[in-house]
Design a protein around this ligand. Structure first.
Ligand code: C2E
Ligand code: MG
Ligand code: MG
Length: 601
């Protein structure tokens, strides 16, 4: 046996830390690196040695990150000269290994490649942890490896270490938290699946801790500033790391999502989950403000997943399902994929759409004044032609976007393009009002009105030409920021319309509280207005009462001439619907408009 003397064994605590740092450096079992290969080649030339190695000392093996003159990629740790080198700060020189009691029985000394001379310099991180060594080896003894040569070897080792530090910060470490990143997570999942395929024991479960919902940190940045949001993020990651102190590594796979692998079955995974959830029992304190967070956790049994690429998706699905069900954790089941596949896909591809002029577009649906028959305005409606999914309805993607931080950018895009179009029509002598749909998220934003005003100015549009449509559910939330922003918009001269009235929340008694002046009765009611006595009474009643509250009323979903006549008889002010025109592209609208106006006059 070639075990080192007791005095030459690393202390268990230091060794555990060293192994953790080595693992977190993401070097083991990675493909060759050209720079490190060059360092070993340079070493063989400089020292005229047949062998040079960059060897990393893992728990039970040494693994070569770069090697010249050796075929194998790793050896057992007991055969590693480097296991001694890492215990020192200076160069370990062994002039003749066959005479050295530490090495004379070593497999590489008595057998191939028959090492005689060895000189190795430890590869130490900036914080002084030795990951392995850079060494040169000869098959003949050498007694002339002097101080200047040792110095040279040390310098080469430092160069190698610089490269290693650079690699680990570029590729796999998330700079602010120093945790492993998503790329590393994906790599490790792949390695785990390979291990499993080869019959090796590998982690049984993966756990994802989703600390805050999507968009939460952006909202935090908006309300308390980016510095406080960063502090919150740092505090979150410290909590997670402390809660999972026995589990390494911890990956930060997304903004506030942390993942770990667990060995030892579902009960072990449940213990990890409990610890993670308990860690957030007490509020975090940021800028003296206590922040209560309730993370949700996704649990994945890795044996139930066929493709390694599905693991992260399964984790995200299950934690998101948990969040929506308002429970602390959910175990992944395959059916979650089917429903969420499209959702994820849509959410993940929406940011690209914002930058691709071929994907998003606007269509315009005319609105007719029922007294004069004239087209008084259009509603801008968003369209998304997805490169893979085809046309995706705004009814599908807008509610999804509202769960993300993309909504402000999306509305910005719509406002900018709709106002640009309106300006073009004005220039062409077509006088119209433009209705733009905005989400409650926009109205909660502080800078919303400023942005709106600046877009009006950019495009030279009078505020009175524009109406913002807000759903009643948005207004019903009654948030101060929303009320305040709506008040500012109306004081500029624009109008606010309550959209989709008659679905869900409808509360006529509240109409007087809002700063809106237009009420749009939802198409689902209007379309069926002639079908039942009930909808008849309802729609007519809404029109009458809204008028009493000084609202202008628009019937959406006017699909037939009969409906058109009926709502006109009820003194409804405006109509919009397929009977008049479907939503049209700008060019189609222009030709529709010129035909229509001729017919009116
Ligand atoms: P909405 O604002 O109530 O828009 C009216 C919807 O009714 C449009 O659906 C329109 O195509 C449809 N519609 C119009 N006339 C008729 C009709 O006679 N019969 C029937 N069956 N349907 C009719 P679309 O374009 O699919 O939009 C759906 C919803 O998506 C919109 O409802 C709006 O809530 C949202 N949306 C669309 N564009 C935007 C946008 O730019 N921003 C925001 N925040 N939401 C948008
Ligand atoms: Mg609308
Ligand atoms: Mg509507």
């Amino acid at each position: 046996m070639n075990l080192p003397n007791q005095s030459e064994l690393p202390s268990p605590v230091i060794e555990r830390h060293r192994l953790y740092v080595l693992q977190a450096s993401c070097l083991l079992d990675t493909p060759p690196d050209a720079t490190l290969d060059r360092v070993t080649e340079l070493a063989t030339r400089l020292f005229k040695a047949p062998i040079a190695l960059i060897s990393l000392i893992d728990e039970k093996r040494q693994w070569f990150k770069a090697r010249v003159g050796v075929e194998v990629a790793q050896t057992e740790r007991k055969d590693a000269f480097g296991a001694y080198t890492i215990l020192r700060r200076d160069v370990l020189v062994v002039p003749d290994a066959s005479l050295d009691p530490r090495f004379k029985q070593n497999g590489w000394v008595i057998g191939e490649p028959n090492i005689r001379f060895y000189a190795g310099s430890p590869l130490r991180t900036r914080s002084g942890v030795s990951l392995g060594s850079l060494c040169v080896i000869d098959t003949k003894p050498r007694y002339d490896f002097d101080e200047s040569q040792q110095d040279l070897l040390t310098q080469l080792a430092e160069m190698a270490m610089d490269r290693i530090e650079a690699l680990r910060s570029i590729a796999f470490v998330d700079p602010p938290t120093r945790l492993l990143n998503r790329a590393r997570f994906s790599d490790d999942v792949r390695a785990i699946f390979d291990e499993r395929r080869n019959g090796q024991i590998s982690p049984s479960h993966a756990v994802l801790i989703n600390v805050v919902p999507l968009g939460y940190l952006d909202e935090t940045s908006v309300s308390v500033g980016i510095v406080a949001a960063d502090r919150l993020m740092a505090a979150i990651s410290v909590r997670v790391e402390r809660a999972l102190v026995d589990i390494r590594p911890v990956y930060r796979v997304d903004y506030a999502r942390f993942a770990v692998f667990v060995r030892g079955g579902e009960s072990a995974a449940m213990r990890v989950i409990e610890a993670a959830l308990r860690a957030f029992d007490a509020p975090l304190v940021v800028n003296q403000i206590p922040v209560d967070l309730s993370p949700t956790v996704g649990l994945v049994d890795l044996s139930g997943i066929d493709e390694h690429t599905d693991v992260l998706r399964a984790l995200m699905s299950s934690s998101e399902v948990a969040r929506r069900a308002r429970v602390p954790f959910r175990k992944f089941a395959k059916r979650m994929f089917v429903a969420q596949e499209r959702t994820f896909f849509i959410l993940n591809t929406l940011p690209q759409a914002l930058h691709d002029e071929h994907q998003l577009s606007l269509v315009y649906q005319p609105r007719i004044d029922l007294r004069t028959g004239r087209c008084v305005g259009v509603e801008a409606l968003l369209r998304w032609s997805h490169p893979l999914l085809g046309d995706v309805s705004p009814a599908e993607f807008i509610p999804l976007a509202e769960r993300t931080s993309l909504m402000p950018a999306l509305t910005d895009w719509v406002m900018d393009n709709a106002l640009k179009q309106l300006a073009a029509w004005q220039k062409a002598g077509i006088s119209l009002n433009m209705s733009i749909n905005v989400s409650v998220l926009n109205l909660e934003q502080r800078g919303f009105v400023i942005r709106y005003a600046s877009l009006l100015q950019t495009h030279g549009i009078e505020p009175a030409r524009v109406e913002l449509e807000v759903t009643e559910s948005a207004l019903a939330q009654n948030a101060r920021s929303v009320t305040e922003n709506l008040r500012k918009v109306t004081s500029m001269g624009s109008t606010i319309a309550i959209d989709d009235f008659g679905t869900g929340y409808s509360n006529l008694s509240k109409l007087q509280l809002y700063s809106a002046s237009v009420l749009k009765i939802d198409q689902s009611l209007v379309r069926r207005v002639l079908e039942t006595q009930h909808t008849r009474i309802l729609v007519e009643g809404i029109i009458t009462l809204a008028h009493k509250l000084d609202y202008r009323v628009v019937a959406e979903g006017v699909e037939t001439p009969e409906i058109y006549e009926t709502v006109a008889d009820w003194q409804c002010d405006e109509a919009q619907g397929y009977h008049i025109a479907k939503p049209l592209t700008a060019a189609m609208f222009e030709s529709w408009h010129s035909d229509y106006m001729q017919y009116i006059i």
